[in-house]
Structures are given as C-alpha cells and as structure tokens.
Design a protein around this ligand. Structure first.
Ligand code: NAD
Length: 264
C-alpha cells in the first residue's frame, strides 16, 4: 500500500467524477485522505466509482452534487465536507468546462458559464475553506489552471481569460497566506487525454473530415513538443507532491505539466 501521509487529512476535489479530478481524488485517497467527490454524471455510475475508490484505498469518500457554476453551491461543498469530517485541509479547484468559438460568435451565456465554473468557483471555495485552514495552520490549495493560464490560443476567449484569472487568484492567495502553513499553487497542464479534450478532437475530426488521430495530431497536439497527450496520472502526481511537507516552500507557483508547450 502507498505511503499514507494524508491519513489525517480531508480533501475536497471539485469536478472529480471524470478526468483529471477523478485521478487526483484517487491519488489523495491512495495517500489516506478522506475525499469529497463532486461533479456531474449518472448517479449510479458516480456511486460505483465512490464505492470502488473507498474499497480500494480503505478510506472514506463522499459525494457532493454541488454545481460550481452557482456561487452558493461552490461555498456549500466546503460546508458539506466540514459537516461530514469537521475540516477541509486540501482544496483542489478542478471543475472546468470549455467552449470553442471566435470572439464575435462566442455566445455570452457560454462566457458567463465558463467564468463562473472555471474562475469564480475558485474564489468562492477558497473563501469558504481558508478560515478553517488558518485555524489549523495547515492547508493546501491547488488550482487546476492550464497552459492556457500562461499563453493563449485563438477561439478560447472565455477559457483563456478564466485560466489567466485563476493564475491571479493563486498568486494573491499565496501572498495572503505566506508563512501560515498554507500554500496555494496552480497546475498548468497541456493537453491531457480526458473527456474534455476528446470532445474537442471529435469535433475537429468531423469539422475537417479527418480521422480523430489526425485531428489530434494536426489541431491539438501541435503546440505540445512531446507530441502526445499528458496523462491524468502525471497531473495527479504533481497535485499529490504539493500536499507533501517537502512542498511547503512552493507557493504562488504555476507548475507546468505541458510536455514543453510553454517552453517555446
Ligand atoms: P472532464 O470534462 O473530464 O472533467 C470535468 C469535471 O468537471 C467533470 O467531473 C464534470 O462533471 C465537472 N464539472 C463540469 N461542470 C461542473 C459544475 N458546474 N459543477 C461541478 N462540476 C462540474 O475535464 P478534464 O479535462 O479532466 O478537466 C479538469 C480540469 O483540468 C478543468 O479545469 C480543465 O480546464 C483543466 N485542464 C484540462 C486539460 C485537458 O487537456 N484535458 C488541460 C489543461 C487544463
């Protein structure tokens, strides 16, 4: 069994019914943390995932259906974890949505949704979780930003704006909590093979009449020098490292896991 260095810790991972969030929830549970899962999906499937993680990692997991697009519910997920386990030590802001379109055709309601889920939820959860972390003089806040928090691509105006905003929140919270036992960092993945990325590949393949493999290579992976998708396990390993005591001096950082994308 993996080293259980988080055995006394409670974690909230937003958007953890799928992709990167699910891998992070699994990694934290593997280190012994009790984890609040969250996200959309078919209730039976989510419950099966919850039970299997619980059995596999011999820790407790719960599920919150809170919608991160709604400010009150973003705060509520922190309260639910505090009610269940009395604390939140690790907060992973991961829930995210994407929409791709040129600025002049970008639907305003999509802009509002992406800013709400990808950016504003981060503020609401941090605001709710910080007092408890301060009282225990320990906390880890991990915001899943993106290479798009550091550089831009066309047709992703809301996503790029939201992720740059996440980098800003990360730095402010790191400065405000410096020296308190709390760290706040962002992880900036490149393209990771998850449902969010696979949908973009499928859309591009049908748009350009090419295979999904070719669409991935030509339209998605070209900025990523390693020429392949990053894996969810690679991102989860970075999140887990940030929870270690050895990582206590890393704060306010944007940690790229992007196959060299932003080195260009
Ligand atoms: P995904 O679609 O596999 O997972 C997204 C998760 O967020 C799901 O659990 C979904 O149910 C949840 N979610 C969506 N809207 C929500 C809402 N309103 N309230 C609560 N949960 C909600 O996507 P992913 O690729 O794993 O993305 C996770 C994070 O990583 C996102 O913030 C995304 O921007 C970021 N990211 C992804 C990539 C990539 O290439 N996949 C790259 C960089 C950053």
């Amino acid at each position: 069994m993996a080293e259980r260095f988080l055995a006394d810790k409670v974690a909230v991972v937003t958007g953890s019914t799928s992709g990167i969030g699910l891998a992070i929830a699994g990694a934290l549970a593997g280190a012994g943390a009790r984890v609040m899962l969250n996200g959309f999906g078919e209730p039976g499937v989510i419950e099966a995932v919850r039970q299997s993680l619980e059995a596999h990692h011999r820790t407790e997991l719960r599920y919150s259906a809170a919608d991160m697009g709604k400010p009150g519910q973003a705060e509520q997920i922190v309260r639910e974890a505090e009610m269940a386990w009395g604390r939140v030590d690790i907060l992973v802001n991961n829930a995210g949505v994407q929409f791709v379109s040129a600025v002049e055709h970008f639907p305003p309601e999509r802009w509002d949704q992406i800013i709400a889920v990808n950016l504003s939820a981060t503020f609401h959860t941090i605001r709710a979780a910080l007092p408890g972390m301060r009282s225990r003089e320990w906390g880890r806040i991990i915001n899943i930003a993106s290479a798009h928090g550091l550089v831009a691509s066309p047709n992703k105006v809301a996503y790029v704006a939201a992720k740059h905003g996440v980098m800003g929140i990360t730095k402010v919270v790191a400065l405000e909590t410096a020296g308190s036992g709390i760290t706040c960092n962002a992880i900036c993945p490149g393209f990771v093979e998850t449902p969010l990325a696979v949908k973009q590949v499928k859309d591009l393949a049908s748009q350009h009449g090419v295979s999904e493999e070719e669409a991935a290579r030509r339209f998605i992976l070209f900025p990523q020098p390693i020429g392949r998708f990053v894996t969810v396990e690679e991102v989860a390993a970075m999140a887990l490292y940030l929870c270690r005591e050895e990582a206590r001096s890393i704060t306010g950082a944007g940690l790229s896991v992007d196959g060299g994308w932003t080195a260009r």
